[in-house]
Design a binder for this molecule. Structure first.
Ligand code: ASP
Ligand code: MG
Length: 456
């Protein structure tokens, strides 16, 4: 058994083509402790498969399938011993095509089955590449271990089953093998394919790390680290070398797109250190996400989440009454509307909803929901807002913080503020078109100008 057990996940851009895959294989070959390798579909493939599911027109479907074929066959063209892998890839693509043509309509379950081909294809090709460099590299089917419920499109993992199966089926193989498996996909106990939701490969890797009690979870991606803010918005955004679980969780929830928001949950449960690094530039230091950091700056990073909707609910009946909030949230729960921030006054409640999520989430505030809310309240909706979150430590107990923050934003209309509920964030809503400017102002004032204080 190796001294350390590491689970390493490589994302879609790391799987983009043969060259990128070779780079990932190098990273794995250098470190025999990496025992489970979790891969995403090649970049763009899940989108392509989604389009296939959504397309109503036969010729369009065929064109998309051809695109998928040529994309994967181009990767095979660049491989040395490509015959065997090409055959496997063709078999998978034929299977996919047959599956699609056997379906008149595509159910959510069918969609999961179809999307699963993305990861099955990439992992098949990548195994072939890795076998050249790592003796004992072995492809394993994620669906034998990642047991979930049957909520197609965003299945809930069954932690106990995953642990049982990973320990039973995979752990004994570590002695002689490095396992390559698929992110994002799972299966019900009855063997029906499911998926964990878009971007779910990070989460898969974290669940496997938890299941086998790994020491380290590595997320290899196309950014070299978690940054103090989005470098596309602020040029002098800096990589963070070390950040706590709590801060990183806030960041991923509040819009930093580096990690799938659920990724840290299993890592936190088992206190597994998480590393984020770039497969393009593996020599860069990357970011370590750990339980306790050496330094704990008040503001470590600033995140921006776009496309937020503010729902204002107002009712004079709220005055000195009990049960109003319960009633409001009952309606929201009934329609499965997930609320992020809430502020209340005596007679009104403001809630934010994330409307940037793909799929049906976008239209959750349907006329039906609004009509029901309007039976007991006045309702109005503000769209095109962005949520800015300052993430750090002890924000709730730091005296004199709001003055400088909001002082710096004198000319900006701030819609809703949440401060005090979490010690790790202070957040507020601004108009979408002012959001980047706000991030720039705050980054300059609290991070760029404090380089020495905020040593990570
Ligand atoms: N391939 C899936 C997606 O694009 C999962 C992932 O990449 O994490 O959403
Ligand atoms: Mg991805």
């Amino acid at each position: 058994m190796p001294d350390l057990i590491k689970v390493a996940k490589f994302g879609g851009t790391s799987m983009a083509n043969a060259e990128a895959m070779h780079r990932c294989a190098e990273i794995i070959a250098k470190d025999p402790d990496k025992k489970i390798i979790v891969v995403s579909a090649t970049s763009g493939t899940t989108n392509l498969l989604t389009q296939i599911c959504e397309s109503q027109v036969g010729v369009e479907k065929d064109a998309l399938l051809n695109e998928l074929r040529s994309k994967h066959s181009a990767i095979c063209d660049d491989l040395k011993n490509s015959n065997e892998v090409r055959l496997r890839v063709t078999t998978l693509l034929d299977e996919l095509e047959a599956y699609i043509s056997s379906r008149k309509t595509i159910t959510a379950g069918d969609q999961d089955e179809i999307l699963s081909f993305g990861e099955r294809l990439s992992s098949t090709i990548f195994t072939n590449i890795l076998q050249e460099k790592v003796a004992g590299a072995k492809w394993v089917d994620a669906r034998e271990v990642m047991i979930t419920d049957d909520t197609h499109g965003s299945a809930e993992p069954n932690i106990d089953q995953i642990a049982k199966r990973a320990k039973g089926k995979w752990l004994p193989l570590f002695k002689n093998h490095c396992l390559i498996t698929q992110g994002f996909i799972g299966s019900t106990e009855n063997g029906v394919t499911t998926t964990l939701g878009r971007g779910g490969s990070d989460y898969s890797a974290a669940l496997y790390a938890e299941a086998i009690e790994a020491d380290v979870l590595e997320i290899w991606t196309d950014v070299s680290a978690v940054y103090t803010t989005d470098p596309r918005i602020v040029k002098d955004a800096r990589p963070i070398t070390e950040i706590s679980f709590d801060e990183a969780a806030e960041l991923s929830v509040f819009g930093a797109k580096v990690l799938h928001p659920a990724t840290l949950k299993p890592a936190i449960r088992k206190r597994i250190k998480v590393y984020v690094g770039s497969s393009m530039n593996p020599e860069l230091p990357g970011t370590w996400i750990v339980k306790e950091t050496k330094s704990n700056p008040v503001i470590r990073a600033i995140s921006l989440r776009r496309k937020q909707t503010l729902l204002n609910v107002h009712s004079l009946d709220m005055l000195h009454r009990s049960g109003y909030l319960a009633r409001l949230f009952e309606v929201l729960a009934k329609y499965k509307i997930s609320v992020d921030l809430v502020t209340t006054s005596e007679v009104s409640v403001s809630l934010t909803l994330d409307t940037d999520i793909q799929s049906a989430e976008k239209n959750k505030l349907t006329p039906e929901v609004l009509a029901e809310l309007r039976t007991f309240s006045d309702v109005n909706i503000d769209r095109d807002l962005s949520l800015i979150a300052l993430v750090g430590n002890n924000l709730h107990a730091t005296a004199g913080l709001s003055g400088p923050v909001f002082g710096a934003l004198q000319d900006i209309n701030i819609r809703l503020i949440c401060h005090g509920a979490s010690s790790h964030n202070l957040c507020f809503l601004v108009k979408e078109d002012q959001a980047e400017e706000v991030v720039q102002i705050l980054h300059k004032k609290f991070i760029t100008s404090k380089t020495n204080e905020t040593t990570e």
